[in-house]
Ligand binder design. Sequence first.
Ligand code: NCD
Length: 266
Amino acid sequence: MIGRNNHLVSINDVEIEKLLDFAYSIEFNLYEKLSCEGKILANLFYEPSTRTSSSFASAMYRLGGDVISINDVNYSSVSKGENLQDTIRTMSNYCDIIVLRSAMAGNCATAARVSEVPIINAGDGNGEHPTQTLLDLYTIWKKFDRIKDLRVTFVGDIENGRTVHSLAKALEGNCELNYCETYEVDELPESDVYYLTRVQRERGSTGTYELTERMVRWMPEDCIVLHPFPRNEEIPVWFDDDPRAKYFEQMKNGLYIRMALLHKYI
Ligand code: NCD
């Protein structure tokens, strides 16, 4: 059992190192065939998504299971005024696990209270995004062989970035954490990991920032630059070919993490 209970609402609900090990064994085929054959995942998304919804769906198909995709609740009974609890009660009759993205912090905990099947938090408002954190940690772990004793700088939207909230929670006490809000981004402290985020305009955040050539010159040779994506202007595309840019590898890692999660939680 990797989860501490049946639901994954907060990053605190997971035994992180065990999950990373399991994802590694999936990525490098160390196990015999894993299967979720005969199982059904419901993707229930109240906010837009590309990577999270698609990688969960892909993970489920690769495990031999099936997917009900409600990737835009506006085409469901939510548009007729159905509340979250009724939608969750309904969907839990039809599937074995629900991946839920919602617009309000706390909604996943509410869903977990009424659901008959495990709820996986795929981002709740400006609260948490624990499955993103697991793939962030997996990327860090594969690079440095550890997820402690590292210097990690968060750059961008600290207040409303849910990916920052979960990752900081996971690293707190084990790593040296620095925070650079958008308006302070000018010089970055020396770090092993730079975790950049988009300005969450849909949550009322304002401001803008951009990685400059000068900043990049100051970054250590052996650091990595992560970003949960989607990006806006904060990372110019010319940086993509830099060996320190790990965000495409990071999103690929999401597949193995989500295969591991589906297999463990169903
Ligand atoms: C993030 C999210 O939804 O919080 N995206 C993701 O899941 N990879 C980041 C963001 O939207 O800025």
